[in-house]
Design a protein around this ligand. Structure first.
Ligand code: SAM
Length: 233
């Protein structure tokens, strides 16, 4: 992760969720939509690994949709973990939700999880082996047939699609009330801290990590969402 561009232990992390609601088209509905999508695939009391749990929005949203779920969030940023832990406690949902400081590789390999999410995280990781390692670490912790939900900024800077959607996204920031200075600062962060992968590369990374059955469930400008299944079912 480019820590200067996106410092989740600093002011950026503190204001992250408010910013996400403003700049990610579809963010407010993303987590209920994913919950609705994977609900039938999760057995009773399913264990779900939430990688990069951030402010805890996924943890509380999924738990409200399915109170029987046992959710485990992991995040390397102290501040985000604190925000998530507090949010879960304030919601009265601590029973059945745990949070761990660290990376996916710090999560025990067993017992394996029934599902995992990786939402708005992989785009911070360079495609120099880091993206592959993270996907592989997740696959190693999922049961065969387990559901993997992936959502990220994607695309290929310079491509026709990117040239169309990037300016549209910047206009969206303006429509959502960001000042010109805020828009320039955010664009700089993206230029320095986001490692885009094309949709083909996303599917390739997932396949190489041991995932099958790619299904695209969402696109909003440069954001895209896929579900996969852990191979071996
Ligand atoms: C943009 S936030 C996303 C939080 C939440 N998933 C959401 O969509 O609102 C990214 C989170 O991923 C965490 N993160 C960054 N690199 C990570 C990695 N390699 N593994 C797990 N989490 C990571 C950050 O600390 C931050 O809390």
């Amino acid at each position: 992760m480019h820590e200067e561009a996106f410092d989740f232990d600093g002011a950026y992390g503190e204001g992250y969720e408010a910013l996400a609601r403003r700049v990610i088209p579809g963010y407010a509905t993303l987590f209920p939509m994913i919950g609705a999508l994977i609900d039938p695939d999760l057995p009773p009391r399913a264990r779900v690994l939430v990688v990069g749990c951030g402010t805890g929005i996924e943890l509380v949203t999924f738990k409200r949709i399915r109170p029987d779920l046992r959710l485990h969030g992991v995040d390397p940023a102290d501040q985000m973990l604190e925000l998530a832990t507090r949010r879960v406690a304030d919601a009265g949902l601590s029973d059945g939700i745990s949070c761990q400081h660290g990376y996916t590789s710090d999560v025990p390999l067993s017992p394996r999880f029934d599902a995992a999410t990786l939402i708005n995280v992989l785009h911070f990781v360079p495609d120099d082996g880091g993206k592959a390692e993270l996907m592989t670490d997740i696959a190693a912790r999922l049961k065969p047939g387990g559901v993997f939900v992936f959502f990220d900024l994607h695309g290929s800077p310079g491509s026709e699609e990117h040239e169309r959607y990037m300016p549209a996204w910047r206009r969206y920031w303006r429509i959502r009330g960001m000042t010109e200075a805020e828009r320039s600062e955010f664009a700089e962060r993206i230029r320095h801290g986001i490692h885009f992968a094309t949709p083909e590369r996303v599917v390739e990374l997932a396949r190489d990590a041991g995932f099958t059955r790619p299904r695209r469930f969402f696109q909003s400008l440069l954001y895209g969402g896929w579900t996969f299944r852990r191979a071996g079912a």
